[in-house]
Design a protein. Structure first.
Length: 310
């Protein structure tokens, strides 16, 4: 019996995942959040396929270690660009460095993310989870977009989550200032992922005919370090309970690689994938009116000029 669309992810996560052996020799791939977890595994798989890797990360020592590992193991060119996704000014600087160093961009993977159990604000006064999980990747993508267009065919992959089904997004209260008493880590995480999915759909429409595709994906229920900067009780629970039920993150790296390289996805855009299986997202992600509002709010919060012509 087929499950309703809202529950189809339960079936999809058990399906055989699609793969590809397509090489990416010399293709320039930007991976944000590449020093651990899903982003690290994606970078490894892309390097294995011969891609040139540009790792966007906040820790220079970790970035150096990963680039040396990838270059030494796979013989590919690697580079590090520093950015703290809680500080949008550093995202702008990172984008400028990438544009200065690289004449083309073939693939952009946005995989940086956080989960907080308590409401925290960035130095600019933005709720931190929303800033890191949505606004920073929105800003980085927009700043690199012309280069992606000029490099077409090119692909953008947003690492999203089935956690978007938690909801939580209120466009009028992104910082949870009016609802601070209701703040919950799962809801704030869900809100950031809903916003990301809404803008993926918006951008896909605006990129029609450019040769640039953008898709979102759930990387699977895999072990990562997300949330490990929370308190000791959360860290203990994550390490000793949750992780027992999670898979090796290498499966996420393989899924991202498929979305980045598979020839059959060359013209697929604006879709949501459970790893490599396309599935319908939550119904509220399909609301174009809300999507436009989130797009405009995201432009305002990141300091981008309004761009209806995109």
């Amino acid at each position: 019996m087929r499950l309703p669309d809202e529950l189809i992810f339960i079936t999809n996560r058990r399906l055989p995942q699609r793969t590809t052996d397509t090489r990416l020799n010399g293709r320039i791939c930007i991976v944000a959040g590449a020093t651990s977890g899903v982003g690290y595994q994606a970078a490894k798989r892309l390097a294995q396929a011969g891609a040139t890797l540009v790792l966007v990360c906040r820790n220079p020592a970790k970035g150096k270690n990963v680039t040396e590992e990838l270059a030494g193991t796979y013989g590919v060119r690697t580079d590090v660009v520093l950015a703290d996704f809680e500080n949008l000014a550093t995202v702008r600087t990172a984008a400028e460095e990438i544009l200065d160093r690289y004449p083309r961009i073939d693939v952009l993977v946005n995989s940086a993310g956080i989960h907080r159990t308590r409401r925290t604000l960035t130095a600019s006064g933005i709720e931190a989870v929303f800033c890191v999980n949505h606004l920073a990747s929105f800003l980085l993508t927009r700043l690199l977009l012309e280069r992606l267009k000029n490099s077409a065919p090119s692909r953008i992959i947003q690492v999203n989550s089935e956690g978007h089904r938690f909801g939580g997004l209120n466009v009028e209260d992104i910082n949870w200032s009016r609802r601070h008493w209701r703040y919950h880590g799962l809801l704030s995480y869900g809100a950031s992922k809903v916003a990301q999915l809404l803008t993926v759909r918006e951008l896909a429409e605006r990129l029609t005919g450019t040769g640039v595709t953008i898709n979102a994906m759930h990387p699977g229920a895999v072990k990562t370090n997300i949330g490990m900067d929370n308190g000791p009780i959360y860290r203990w629970y994550r390490r000793n309970v949750v992780n027992r039920f999670l898979e090796d993150p290498r499966v996420a790296g393989e899924a991202i690689y498929y979305l980045a390289a598979a020839p059959e996805l060359a013209n697929v855009s604006g879709k949501y994938f459970n790893m490599t299986i396309e599935e319908p997202p939550a119904s509220y992600v399909m609301d174009h009116r809300v999507g436009t509002k989130v797009w405009e709010s995201s432009e305002e919060l990141t300091g981008l000029a309004r761009s209806p012509e995109l």
